[in-house]
Ligand binder design. Structure first.
Ligand code: FMN
Length: 324
């Protein structure tokens, strides 16, 4: 049985960003947030047998695997592999507009084919017992009336979707880069709120442009959950502030969060992971604080040097500690 409370806060799937190191860090900042993997294509898992893409640590839970694809049989098999690997949720990407993704017929272009998405969802649901969820946009190209979103949502509900994440802007499939598609089409939160009013049984999560705990509070008056993408990456401490507000816990210091990374970093270094693959996700921790630039510079420059280890992180914090 799905508890909407479990979906109040999540961190968006982001290619090249939300890898397992990043998710481990975000988990320390927010013990309750739902974390999403980068998108993994069903073809990579099923045809390519790239099962290493499913690697994650036990501390990441609750963690969702995001899949990209449009072949019901292949997605069902990929979902099964994901559930078997321990993921708590399987999410289908129906919102990503990049060219590469369109050529394989998945991502946002699938909003034009709700029936096909419905078939994918049914096949995935038959294959796993964890929730199967969808992440979509409010529209694509000229298919951007509320009625289009309503029809898409009805089809998802019929296919058994109980949780829908909606990036509150449409995507232009021609002419805009993926980055422009995250900035240019205007945000329309009201459409997402309306969806929740009209489909109260559906757990609705709003995404797009959310950057503060105040904004989170406001959105939660209208929908079940919020999903943060870029803000969580560039200013990760916002996750701790939101956690403190939503779950009424005391705010940990930035430094204590970093110190909790230490055993993880040391274990990863011991298995041969280079520090830079972990430290790049930490660069924004002091965003907005005095000394943030020095911290960022020390970490980003030092992490490329051979043999970089935990002492580099201590070195990056030292001036901030002295200032405090
Ligand atoms: N959305 C997906 O559904 N799957 C992805 O793999 C994915 N990769 C992304 C990579 C980057 C670097 C960024 C910035 C966004 C990506 N997105 C992807 C979109 C985000 O999940 C999110 O919907 C979008 O950034 C809007 O939320 P925000 O304004 O909070 O960043």
């Amino acid at each position: 049985k799905i508890d909407p409370n479990d979906f109040r806060l999540s961190v968006a799937p982001m290619m090249d960003w939300t890898d397992r190191h990043c998710r481990y860090f975000h988990r320390l900042l927010s013990p309750h947030a739902r974390l999403y993997t980068e998108m993994v294509t069903s073809a990579a898992l099923v045809r390519g047998r790239q099962l290493r893409l499913l690697e994650h640590s036990q501390q990441e839970h609750p963690v969702a695997l995001q899949l990209g694809g449009s072949d019901p049989g292949e997605l069902a098999e990929a979902a099964r592999l994901g559930a078997q690997a321990g993921y708590d949720e399987i999410n289908l990407n129906v919102g990503c507009p990049s060219d590469r993704v369109q050529s394989g017929r998945f991502g946002a272009c699938l909003m034009r084919e709700p029936a096909l998405v419905g078939d994918c969802i049914k096949a995935m649901r038959d294959a796993v017992s964890v929730p199967v969820t969808v992440k979509c946009r409010i529209g694509v190209d000229d298919q951007d009336d509320y009625a289009d979103l309503q029809h898409f949502t009805e089809t998802m509900l019929r296919a058994g979707v109980e949780i829908l994440v909606v990036h509150a802007r449409k995507a232009w499939l021609q002419g805009l880069s993926p980055k422009e598609n995250r900035e240019i089409p205007p945000l329309d939160y009201e459409r997402v709120y309306r969806l929740k009013r009209e489909f109260p049984q559906l757990v609705v999560i709003v995404n797009g442009g959310i950057t503060s705990e105040e904004a989170v509070r406001e959105h939660l008056m209208h929908v079940d959950g919020v999903m943060l993408g870029r803000a969580a990456y560039h200013d990760p401490y916002v996750l701790a502030r939101i956690e403190a507000v939503l779950w009424d816990v005391t705010l940990p210091s930035r430094e204590s969060v970093l110190q909790h990374m230490r055993p993880y970093v040391e274990a990863e270094l011991a298995r041969g992971t280079a520090l830079k693959h972990i430290s790049r996700h930490l660069l924004g921790l002091y965003q907005g604080e005095p000394g943030a630039r020095g911290f960022r510079r020390c970490l980003s420059e030092g992490a490329h040097l051979p043999g970089a280890g935990w002492s580099l992180i201590e070195q990056a914090i030292a001036p901030l500690r002295a200032a405090a």
